[in-house]
Design a protein around this ligand. Structure first.
Ligand SMILES: [Zn+2]
Length: 149
């Protein structure tokens, strides 16, 4: 599938964060971005790539807003990547998307689906079927029906 294949080489790092010290985009070298890019595209497989994204993007939802409606609206994501020296560096969304040549929308969509429990992370990938079964098993209507029987 060409959609998940590499189109071109990653851009040379040019993200500069003099104000946000927590973000380490500026410390990433071309060799780092090449390594990350190669890891990501080592398999032209959506599930592999989605798992990669889930591994390095952390979404945070405020506790009081833990419901699906809010998840649909907004989700804040922290991005990090493994540099060559194995140090995990927090970077910005722009840098993350640039390195992997993907759109922020893809990450947002993926994180939202992940957060709403429709997909579960597995050792080898994202198992949609299992997520579905899990939902069914735990659905309130089924519990009610069971108690009536
Ligand atoms: Zn940045």
């Amino acid at each position: 599938m060409d959609e998940y294949g590499a189109n071109c080489l990653p851009k040379k790092p040019q993200w500069n964060h003099t104000k946000t010290k927590a973000l380490k985009c500026i410390e990433l070298k071309m060799a780092d971005t090449m390594k990350i890019y190669k890891d990501f595209y080592s398999k032209k497989n959506k599930i592999y790539q989605d798992t990669y994204i889930l591994k390095w993007c952390k979404s945070t939802i405020p506790k009081r807003h833990r419901n699906v409606t809010v998840i649909k609206k907004s989700i804040s994501i922290e991005y990090s990547v493994p540099a060559l020296d194995d140090i995990h560096k927090k970077i910005c969304r722009e840098a993350f998307c640039d390195i992997l040549e993907i759109k922020g929308d893809r990450i947002q969509g993926l994180m939202k689906r992940y957060q709403s429990g429709k997909i579960l992370m597995e050792g080898r990938g994202v198992d949609r079927v299992k997520g579905k079964n899990y939902e069914k098993k735990n659905s309130v209507s089924k519990l009610l029906r069971a108690s009536k029987a």
